[in-house]
Design a protein around this ligand. Structure first.
Ligand SMILES: [Zn+2]
Length: 100
């Protein structure tokens, strides 16, 4: 019997349409990996040719450490934090150890 378990890894990517930062699933298929992702914000279908990995994000959290959002630049994170004193942000490096 063939093992049907889907092998994949997640990458942090940016939607080319609305710039939303989100996880995209890269399916380890043969002979090439499959890059297809529906944007969680605008439902745009992101294909391999438009796949934009994000190396570093600024994650904004509230006082209870709930994630408010992830932003590509520190400037954006600052703008979000400006509106609410309870928010703070931290930079995170992503897509570091994802060799197949
Ligand atoms: Zn989008």
């Amino acid at each position: 019997m063939k093992d049907n378990t889907e092998n994949y890894h997640l990458e942090i990517i940016k939607c080319p349409e609305c710039n939303a930062i989100q996880h995209g699933k890269v399916v380890h298929s043969t002979p090439f990996n499959s890059y297809v992702h529906f944007c969680v914000e605008c439902n745009y279908i992101i294909l391999e040719s438009e796949w934009q990995q994000v190396k570093k994000v600024f994650v904004v959290t509230d006082a209870d450490e709930n994630v408010i959002g992830a932003y590509e630049t520190e400037e954006l994170a600052k703008i979000i934090c400006k509106g609410n004193e309870e928010y703070c942000y931290e930079d995170h490096y992503v897509n570091k150890n994802e060799q197949m």
